[in-house]
Design a protein around this ligand. Sequence first.
Ligand SMILES: Cc1ncc(COP(=O)(O)O)c(C=O)c1O
Length: 363
Amino acid sequence: MDCRYFIPGPVWVRPEILAEMTRPMVGHRSGEFRQVMARIFPDLKVLFRTKQNAFVASCSGTGLLEAAILNCVPRSVLVTTCGAFSERWFHIANRLGLEVDRLDHEWGQAVDPVKLANHLAGRHHRYDAVTITHNETSTGVLNDLETLARVVREHSDETLVLVDAVSSLASAPLEFDAWGLDVCVASSQKGIGVPPGAAVFAVSDRAMARSESEKYKGMYFDFIEFRRHFEESCNVPYTPAVPIYYALAAQLEHIVRGEGLEARWARHRAMRDSVLAGTAEHADPLGPPGHESPSVTTLVPKHGRTPRSVVDAMKARGFTLSGGYGRIKDDTFRIGHMGDLTTADVETMLAALREVFAEPPAK
Ligand SMILES: Cc1ncc(COP(=O)(O)O)c(C=O)c1O
């Protein structure tokens, strides 16, 4: 299937997965729906590489970022930032009236583990949690989550590691248990390759214990309720977006037992490498070498071209790329290569991009 849609989410969705969403409606407390959930829960654990807890909720990823803070941060949190999405944690915690510190990095840089270690070492009080955004979708930078999480672990057992994996889960290697993560969140419409409408999350036993003692965390996103409904009835606490769950069950089946998670990671790496090689002469990646995201490439055009002119020229050829995001909106454009796109799709898109780059820049 020839795909011409290269934005960093919502991603192109395979027709057979879209078709799953047209199944007849069922009550979410019915045996039929429980069977759907009985397929989803174990596959989520495979996706997150965890033997602990994994759930799904009917909201976008941001809802669960807020849930992570609500359940795990009674007082103070350190937010590591390096772009628009990593800053979102700050706005959430700030609006919840919590004590928030920021460890800022320039947009386009990766979060520095040494800077993080030094910051934590210089504190008298322990933070309840540190937030890390695995893949910064605005800048195309993949942070070294394993090392950053280890720095927090080595600092204190009381400081939980809250991770935004919205644009990395199912695209980049992520080991929830082995890396000692505490909450990890992703949206359905990114690397998983399902339409928007659900978000998935893994929760460590330590984070569950924190949630148990957290009194004021609201009701809708209470992790303890998610665990209770899973344990008592293999279900979710409140009415789910049923069609998305049909699609999710089928797509997880494909990822886990069809393509295979490691093959999926390798395909994303290959798509990224093709994009970097195919654009090198005419655009520079924003991020530093070694941190190139396998799911989205953020580029600064060379030779006097504007990002907008590149996106428009590709649109005229039938290919949808993405403009920049946040305060680098006008300086960059982005090529999403996540979900079920193939390297052949990417090569077709790059052939059109070469045509665009061969033309003189628009005046
Ligand atoms: C890294 C990252 N975090 C959070 C979000 C927000 O996710 P959602 O739109 O599913 O709430 C996005 C969306 O692009 C993202 O890329």
